[in-house]
Design a binder for this molecule. Structure first.
Ligand code: 13P
Ligand code: SF4
Length: 306
């Protein structure tokens, strides 16, 4: 689409949004054209919090499926729609309810912590949920428990384990996008930009995390970028975040650690699909009541801790 067409679509989205009493929540990895029509941009934790407190009747969720599900778990009276309901998270699909039940049977005394990047059915099996922002604090809240199960991301588990000094019972899940960032990428970018600070997401490989100045969630990166004195930064996460960083900090330079770190699911949503979603109110994400009640407890437990 050309600039004029984008502007036309943006205006239509704005008009229809008012008519539908809708709010557009956008994850930090979304396409620039989607970030440009956001009422609120954020990381997984911020978007859940925003969903929980909005007065709007309709939430247009531009992210991946587990995020929209989390919004629906927190606000069942609202209509949560996804402009593309096929946008999933491969990491979330790496663990099934049967897998988790089996793991729990093997460790009946363990507290069960699960990353927000999981389906509602998995969340219903957890004691507590966590996000990349608060995973360390959540695990630290269970110092009295001998065993901790942490699913599904083995690399986030490794990071949390190093930060808390606790051995975690983890699962073999990972983010196919973040593992594309290699230590060689960081070393190369550091050679090109020796003054740059390195920020990476905790879903990255441990060998990448070891080279970082800061290990942060996407919105923590946005905050760090604003507050630091550094004028240049190397960004070890999905490349979509760079658009927000540049927009918020026009006087600073941001270099992606790897151009290969693209999450195809995060790129499925477009302005045109947002417009169709607002026109038709299709693509609703709903969680059955029995699953919702249990999953909500795990999310609320997390919000209580942090
Ligand atoms: P954040 O919560 O840091 O935005 O991460 C979400 C995600 O899917 C990372 O791959
Ligand atoms: Fe899932 Fe990775 Fe995409 Fe995040 S970047 S939504 S963890 S596949």
């Amino acid at each position: 689409m050309n600039k004029e067409k984008f502007r036309e679509t943006e205006n239509k989205i704005r008009e229809l949004k008012k008519k539908r009493d809708a709010v557009i929540l956008v994850h930090n990895y979304q396409l620039p054209e989607v970030q440009d029509v956001a009422d609120f941009r954020g990381d997984s934790l911020e978007l859940s919090r925003m969903a929980a407190k909005t007065d709007a009747k309709v939430i247009v969720f531009c992210g991946v499926h587990f995020m929209a599900e989390t919004a629906s778990i927190l606000c069942p009276d609202k209509k949560v729609i996804m402009p593309d309901v096929n946008a999933g998270c491969p990491m979330a699909n790496m663990i099934t309810v049967d897998d988790l039940k089996k793991l729990k049977r093997g460790h009946p005394e363990a507290v069960v912590v699960g990353y927000v990047n999981t389906s509602a059915q998995i969340k219903a099996e957890l004691d507590v949920c966590c996000t990349s922002t608060n995973a360390v604090a959540v695990v630290n809240a269970f110092k009295d428990r001998k065993e901790v199960i942490f699913v599904p991301d083995k690399y986030l588990a490794d990071y949390v384990s190093k930060q808390t000094g606790r051995k975690l019972i983890s699962w073999n899940g990972f983010c196919p996008t973040h593992i594309k960032i290699l230590p060689e990428d960081i070393k190369r970018e550091k050679k090109f930009h020796p003054k740059a600070k390195v920020m990476v997401h905790p879903e990255c490989l441990p060998s990448v995390v070891a080279l970082a100045d800061a290990v942060l969630s996407t919105s923590q990166m946005a905050k760090f970028a604003k507050e630091t004195d550094a004028k240049e930064m190397i960004i070890g996460t999905e490349v979509g975040l760079i658009y927000r960083l540049k927009k918020d900090n026009p006087d600073k330079e941001f270099y992606p650690a790897s151009e290969a770190a693209v999450c195809p699911n995060m790129k499925r949503t477009t302005q045109e699909k947002i417009l169709w979603a607002l026109e038709e109110l299709k693509g609703e994400v709903r969680v059955s009541d029995s699953i919702r009640q249990r999953a909500k407890q795990a999310i609320e437990k997390m919000l209580e801790i942090v």
